[in-house]
Design a binder for this molecule. Structure first.
Ligand code: HEM
Length: 202
């Protein structure tokens, strides 16, 4: 009997990671769109977001969406960190990091010469971008807590420059996350195989 079979294709993104990634996408979108409606009720800068790109209909509705998605974002984020650290995936996927490697990969990417042959590894630019996005999400949650509970969590509010300071930090962190999402989705469009892997794992 011929026992030779095609080797099973390796799972590049485990099921738990794919699940938390897509839940995170949903939670982040709800947070951003409802956040824009909340911002419109008392803008920090001299502009507002067009109503059709916001969620919640009015301030009260937007706050309900924002708080509902906040729990999903935080619990899902804790699950992501716990699983990533617990399984050793964090170390394997995001480290080692080096400034030289990052500059080299950045130059290669700009010259269109970055290899996408091995999708089981993130390149140095991806590693830094994902780690910064994760740090930005943590900052968003912390500054959100500072604005939500400025009395009970006054130490965070004070650390972020008071209530108005925390609002500005929250806004800037949101803007950075939106910039990350735009570049991130562009990269996925350039290398669509990664999307397939993020959906079915292989
Ligand atoms: C909405 C906010 C989003 C955030 C905060 C986010 C964040 C991340 C992070 C941190 C990773 C690395 C995860 C890890 O390996 O542990 C990742 C990977 C990935 N994301 Fe997103 N993402 C977002 C939206 C999206 C969207 C809308 C798409 C699809 C169009 C997408 C497609 C992917 C793909 C394909 C990968 C794997 C990349 C690769 O293997 O090269 N993401 N994302």
């Amino acid at each position: 009997m011929n026992t030779a079979t095609t080797p099973p294709r390796k799972t590049l993104q485990p099921l738990w990671l794919r699940a938390v990634h897509w839940i995170n996408v949903l939670a982040v979108l709800v947070m951003i769109l409802s956040g824009w409606r909340i911002y419109n009720a008392s803008p920090i800068f001299s502009f507002s977001f067009p109503g059709e790109y916001t969620l919640g209909g009015w301030l009260g509705g937007a706050i309900l969406w924002h708080f509902a998605a906040m729990w999903v974002l935080v619990l899902n984020g804790l699950l992501y960190l716990g699983m990533n650290l617990g399984t050793g995936r964090m170390r394997q996927r995001f480290f080692p990091l080096s400034l030289g490697g990052m500059i080299r990969d950045m130059v290669d990417a700009l010259r269109g010469k970055l290899s996408h042959g091995d999708l089981s590894q993130y390149n140095q630019v991806q590693r830094v971008a994902y780690l910064l996005a994760l740090a930005d999400l943590v900052l968003l949650v912390l500054s959100g807590l500072a604005v939500w509970k400025p009395v009970q969590l006054s130490w965070i509010t004070t650390l972020l420059g008071g209530f108005q300071g925390a609002r500005t930090v929250h806004f800037v962190a949101m803007a950075l996350l939106v910039a990350f999402i735009v570049v991130h989705v562009l990269m996925v469009v350039l290398v669509p195989r990664t999307l397939r892997i993020m959906i079915i794992g292989r």
